[in-house]
Every structure is written in structure tokens, then in C-alpha cells.
Design a protein around this ligand. Structure first.
Ligand SMILES: [Zn+2]
Length: 284
């Protein structure tokens, strides 16, 4: 079972009116101001998955600052789930700084079959992840439903890129310690938090932390796959950041890494299925 844990979908209306959204949301403008930055629909996603033999994808929209835009975008994800059952697993994007409204939206999406919340982008949405007044209600809501949260995170060093932001390991570490009851997926290898797990107290605190591999091909060299497997084989989730990177390319790169067959299986889908409680039947 091959599952991509990190993909972004956009409704055709937003793709057609891309220019307008570049100024409506500053962070969207930063990430997608470059006309070469791709936007993809659910049909594009399915075509890419089919080409690479990917069974299912966790798909979400964009973490807009405006809660209304998050809601419209979630509608598109819900529609995509209905059109491609078992292949598109939806996560809800909300802006937790909107308080009660964000919780109601998460509830609506969960009621309609979404499996988690994310990808959050606190730098773009205007709050700090460690701000308990903002995050605690959502995190407790997720813990009650045993649903995971996926958040962007980034490296404290290295090259800059649009959307990198400042969610570096010292911040995400503080955040995960605040919510040991909630499964948290740190995108982009947790900005390197994974490597701090060589410290026993960090490893202990990260028991419910998962790392996705989104955008890895632009960030690290491929030795990271085998290193990660030795550190957290059962908590690494293959995620492409599609359409930034296509499935075919990314899958081949992971499969070329020196991983044991069980580690390969876990990372390419087994861990995702376990985390989301998916059965084979649900996916086919
Ligand atoms: Zn991200």
C-alpha cells in the first residue's frame, strides 16, 4: 500500500484566478507569485498517482489566513474525496487564530469524513504555534477524536526559499511537549528535529511525533532516507508536497535509498495506514 502523506490541491476557480489570490493572501503570494510554482487539481493528482502506482494521498488545500477561504477550499477537498473514494484522504485547513469558528470548521470536515487537520502554516496565518490561547482548543479537540495535526516546519539553517518561515525545531519541540496526547506530523522532516532524537529525552518527548518527507529532494541529499529509517522507522511518512514534486520521481528516489524491505514498506505507506487507522478495504 503506497500512501503519499502530503499533497496540496486547488479548485479550478482558484487556479484560473490565481492573480487575484496572490494579493488576497500575502503568504499565498509569496509561495505562488512565481508563475512556475505549480497548482494542481484532484484530476491532476490522480493522474500523477496512477502513473507512479500510488494508492492513496493525504490531500489538503492551502492554509489561508482568511477562515472563509479555508472553508471554500475544504469544500473542494470534500468534493475530491467523494469523486475519488479511497484515493483522496482529506485533511482540513483552518486558521486556529479564528477560535471557535476554526473548531466548527474542523468539526464539519471531520463529520464529512476528513481524517486530520493541516497543513498549518502559522507564519503565514499570523499566530505562534506555542501560543496556547490559540492552539490548545484545537489540540484538545483533535486529541478527543484521536485525529492528527500536520504542520509546516523548517530548517534553522541552510538556503532560503519561499514559504520557509521560522518554524524551526526549538519552536516545534516546545509545541509538541505541550500536547503529548495529540499525534503531530511535522512536515519537511521537522526542520531537522528528527536528528535531535538522538538525545534520549527528546526521543521520549517525540513518541507521538511523525515526520513527513515533503519537499525533501529540494532540501537534503538522499542519505536522509536511510538515516531517518534508523532513527524513527515507524514514524516517517512518505510525502511529496505534490505538485512541487511528482510521484514518479520521488518514489524512485526513495526506492533507490538503502532501506530494508520492512522499512521501505513502513515509510511508503504502512506508517500512514496505521496512523490513520486505514484498512486495505477502505483504500481499494
Ligand atoms: Zn510545508
Amino acid at each position: 500500500m503506497i500512501i503519499d502523506f502530503h499533497t496540496h490541491l486547488f479548485p479550478p476557480q482558484i487556479i484560473q484566478r490565481r492573480e487575484e489570490y496572490l494579493w488576497r493572501d500575502r503568504w499565498f503570494g509569496l509561495l505562488y507569485g512565481n508563475p512556475n510554482a505549480k497548482l494542481a487539481t484532484a484530476e491532476d493528482l490522480i493522474a500523477s498517482m496512477d502513473q507512479a502506482g500510488v494508492d492513496a494521498c493525504v490531500a489538503f488545500g492551502f492554509a489561508w489566513r482568511d477562515g472563509g477561504l479555508c472553508q471554500c477550499h475544504n469544500d473542494y477537498i470534500l468534493e475530491s474525496m467523494a469523486r475519488f473514494p479511497g484515493r483522496v484522504i482529506g485533511f482540513a485547513t483552518v486558521n486556529p487564530a479564528r477560535g471557535e469558528t476554526a473548531l466548527l470548521e474542523a468539526q464539519r470536515c471531520a463529520d464529512e469524513g476528513m481524517r486530520g487537520v493541516g497543513e498549518l502554516m502559522p507564519d503565514g496565518q499570523g499566530y505562534a504555534l506555542h501560543d496556547e490561547a490559540v492552539m490548545r482548543p484545537l489540540m484538545e479537540w483533535l486529541a478527543d477524536r484521536d485525529m492528527p495535526l500536520l504542520t509546516h516546519s523548517s530548517e534553522p539553517v541552510g538556503h532560503m526559499y519561499p514559504g520557509k518561515g521560522n518554524l524551526t525545531p526549538e519552536k516545534t519541540y516546545r509545541f509538541i511537549q505541550q500536547y503529548p496526547e495529540t499525534a503531530i506530523i511535522l512536515a519537511h522532516w521537522g526542520g531537522g528535529l528528527l536528528f535531535c532524537e538522538l538525545m534520549s529525552e527528546v526521543r521520549e518527548a517525540c513518541a507521538r511525533v511523525y515526520y513527513d518527507t515533503a519537499a525533501s529532494l529540494f532540501l537534503y541529499d538522499d542519505r536522509i532516507f536511510s538515516l531517518a529509517a534508523t532513527l524513527a522507522e515507524d514514524r516517517v511518512l512518505w510525502g511529496t508536497d505534490y505538485p512541487l514534486i511528482g510521484h514518479d520521481t520521488f518514489r524512485r528516489r526513495v526506492e533507490s535509498a538503502r532501506l530494508s524491505p520492512p522499512a521501505m514498506k513502513s515509510i511508503l505507506g504502512g506508517n500512514a495506514a496505521r496512523l490513520l487507522g486505514l484498512s486495505e478495504e477502505e483504500l481499494l
